[in-house]
Design a protein around this ligand. Sequence first.
Ligand code: NAP
Length: 312
Amino acid sequence: MSCHVLVVSAIRPRHMDVLAAKYILHRYDQAADKDGFVADVADKITALVSTAGVGVPTVLIDRLPNLKVITSFGVGYDSIDIDACRTRGIKVSNTPDVLNDDVADTAIMLMLATLRRLVVGDQWARSGNWSAKGAMPLTTTARGKKLGIVGLGRIGQAIASRATPIGMEIGYYGRSKKPVEYHYEAELTGLARWADILMISCPGGEATKGIVNDAVLRALGPSGYVVNIARGSVVDEPALIAALRDGVIAGAGLDVFANEPHMDRGFAGLENVVLYPHHASGTVETRDAMAQLVVDNLAAWFDTGVLVTPVN
Ligand code: NAP
């Protein structure tokens, strides 16, 4: 099999070097005239590398008649049309598990930073308010609170295992009840009513678009918090901004946004949110491990025709 690989979005530089030494790379990501570039190489391409953030346009897949495999950097694959790939017999891989720890750490970091008002406190110290006005207002503890996890998958379970020793009670919502001790709610609104903090860790895409809506936020209530490390699309952002502004909920810690990197500026003016620029897996160690998994998937595909971490 010819090893012509279309690079739609690059992985880590060291791992790009590894790919370049093994395969003939076609750098779509660097092409000025992308249309003309695809026209020139389309027939040769059997494999494609991209990242979850950039994804793969379905029109591009349609233009590659011999495409057999897409290896994506990231665990979410909502930016790849899996149905179109399935129809064409194109296999897709992602990078699960290796990012669980850093993403779960970020979820806990955002939760604690929101409850304990870390950014406000930082500003209080920096601005001189501390010496001028005295102690900052009291915050609220995580201990004893109920954490409602939306999507108890690999990352959701890693979050639960960190929240338990903090002294939190764990509940979850998903399409099915799992063989775990945690409290289960079959309806998202029910979980929001039960929880003090709604932790979103389900996939993005059509099935979960806007499921955290006004009704869910009202069920969470004025002392409730939202933390989202999943996808911005899961939340109805205008409803969330209104809820944060009007005291429908108490606060939010957000790593992901509907329109990245052009985050809704409505969030920037709110004091009760802690914002992070979709960087939950953004450590050198985890990004290297994700890149290695892309390299391994591609190698396994070309060597054996079987992916290490297949999606479909
Ligand atoms: P996973 O193991 O597949 O877990 C996803 C969980 O969501 C499962 O427990 C699943 O449970 C539930 N779920 C699936 N569809 C659902 C639906 N329609 N409604 C409610 N729950 C649903 O995935 P993961 O590895 O934990 O990753 C989860 C997501 O985190 C990824 O898809 C990605 O978008 C996001 N993520 C973000 C970052 C970041 O940098 N912020 C990094 C990594 C991942 P049931 O099947 O029982 O419903």
